[in-house]
Design a protein. Structure first.
Length: 289
């Protein structure tokens, strides 16, 4: 049996990436259920982060903020521990401008995924004005798809990295989300070009990202639900070893369950703890607001 200090060092007590019934992708957890469920899971510090792709989601974020305020009013003991954030996507200026003009067909909740010039200029909607308007305390920024390049693995890796560096340098980004997550909307999950990490992601790329995270004081997310637990063991072995190296180099790691389900499953935290322990990742140093 481990001593008390060791046990506390590895215990996950925070989760900074969770979605609710107000998220545009129909994530279904009720904000009102979060306090009791996370208390039962041993999570003492956490936040809600519904999706912001383009400003078509502004109404979703407004509803998410209203629900958050109601829960905090009902649970004043959570002040300073329960926080309001968003998960922002790297999009393109081209589609953001078209959507602002109303120049689109239907309701593209994931933006306009066709027709943009190759290597489009990136754009993130969670700027200072947006964060002030909705009382956003922190921003988790994710890369969810290539910005208008082919799906050849080489293109995808390079394009994702271009966006990662943009996201890390974006002034409002606090946490870089689910590094190397492959979106099924883009292609077959079994053909994930990142499964062969680190071979497909060069040492130079990894060094540049580490430098960008440190320079901009951005935390690196250990995404339990989308990357670490569902990905193959062969991937996880290299990935978590590298995450341990990031932490040793001074990069802050952050835990995000990325929960899109009706309930917060505490088993994901316990399973992740075992992996973190194995790779020497110190949970006592994880990001916390």
């Amino acid at each position: 049996m481990e001593n008390g200090n060791k046990e506390r060092t590895y215990k996950i007590t925070s989760d900074w990436h969770m979605h609710t019934e107000h998220s545009c992708d129909e994530a279904c957890m009720k904000t009102s259920d979060l306090p009791a469920e996370q208390r039962a899971n041993g999570i003492t510090d956490f936040g809600v982060t519904d999706h912001l792709h383009t400003h078509l989601q502004d109404a979703d974020i407004a509803r998410s903020r209203k629900a958050y305020d109601e829960v905090l009013a009902a649970h004043p003991e959570l002040r300073g521990r329960f926080h309001f954030g968003v998960e922002a996507s790297v999009m393109s200026e081209w589609e953001a401008d078209r959507i602002a003009r109303g120049d689109y067909v239907g309701s593209p909740i994931y933006g306009i995924r066709e027709g943009c010039p190759k290597n489009a200029r990136p754009w993130i909607g969670a700027d200072a004005g947006f964060c002030e308007k909705y009382g956003v305390e922190y921003v988790v920024t994710g890369v969810h798809w290539p910005l208008y390049v082919g799906h050849d693995a080489g293109y995808v890796v390079g394009e994702y990295f271009r966006q990662y560096l943009f996201a890390a340098a974006f002034p409002q980004t606090d946490i870089l989300a689910h590094f190397l997550w492959w979106n099924p909307l883009v292609g077959d999950v079994e053909a994930n070009p990142f499964f062969d990490f680190p071979a497909v992601v060069s040492e130079k790329m990894r060094g540049e990202l580490q430098a960008a995270l440190l320079e901009n004081n951005v935390a690196f997310e250990l995404n339990l639900g989308a990357v670490i637990l569902p990905y193959p063991e062969s991937f996880r072995d290299s990935y978590l070893g590298w995450c341990a190296d990031l932490q040793n180099a001074g990069v802050t790691l952050s835990v995000g369950s990325d929960n899109h389900d009706l309930h917060a499953d505490g088993r994901v935290y316990r399973e992740a703890e075992e992996h973190f322990r194995h790779y020497g990742i110190d949970a006592g140093k994880f990001f916390c607001l």
